[in-house]
Ligand binder design. Sequence first.
Ligand SMILES: NC(=O)c1ncn([C@@H]2O[C@H](COP(=O)(O)O)[C@@H](O)[C@H]2O)c1NC=O
Length: 199
Amino acid sequence: MYVGRFIVVGPDFGAYRVSSRSFPNRRIVDRDGTLTVAPTPDAPESDNPYISYNCVREGGDGVVVGNGSHVDPVAEKLDAGYPARDALAESLLALDYEKDDYDTPRIAGVVASDDADEASYIGIVRRDALLVRAVSEPTLVATYEEDAPASVEFEADDAESAATGVYEMEYEHAVCAAGVTYRGGEVELAVENGPEDGA
Ligand SMILES: NC(=O)c1ncn([C@@H]2O[C@H](COP(=O)(O)O)[C@@H](O)[C@H]2O)c1NC=O
């Protein structure tokens, strides 16, 4: 099954996978602690505005994961003191689903530290809905098919296993993945760029 991009948000971790039929020549790079989806040097030129963006970025007391340019305003709103629910709802609604051939939804999560009072959150804006929810167990949402937050069997011992865990999930056309844990106030990031990574 092809579900496009998806995120898993656990109470104390987040993971993001790029799956893509149309733009497989991409990888995730770490730019000073922000993870960015970018074309590989050999990728054909494209003017699609939706295929290069920050996918993991710290903001306020949380870490944002998501599939597009809305990650930045969510992080900025967290920096400004918005609660995670409001930062997600406002940013998802402001940018809305993508105006491409598929009305591709925007998905995002905010991971809170396991020792914080706030919960972690997950959300999606589709053509027909805006859903934002606190998570109490690992929860997945995808751009296609699995496009409502639902609990999923997933364990992340650390950021690396979060990234490899989503990369290896059975959904088709895996391209690259990112993982983050937020435990004891410490953010840990990891990237899984597939077979060429480190080869
Ligand atoms: N975030 C991404 O990495 C991303 N990759 C592709 N898209 C959008 O989704 C459309 C379909 O892409 P695909 O056939 O690879 O699933 C693309 O034309 C593009 O508008 C994306 N937008 C949202 O998921």
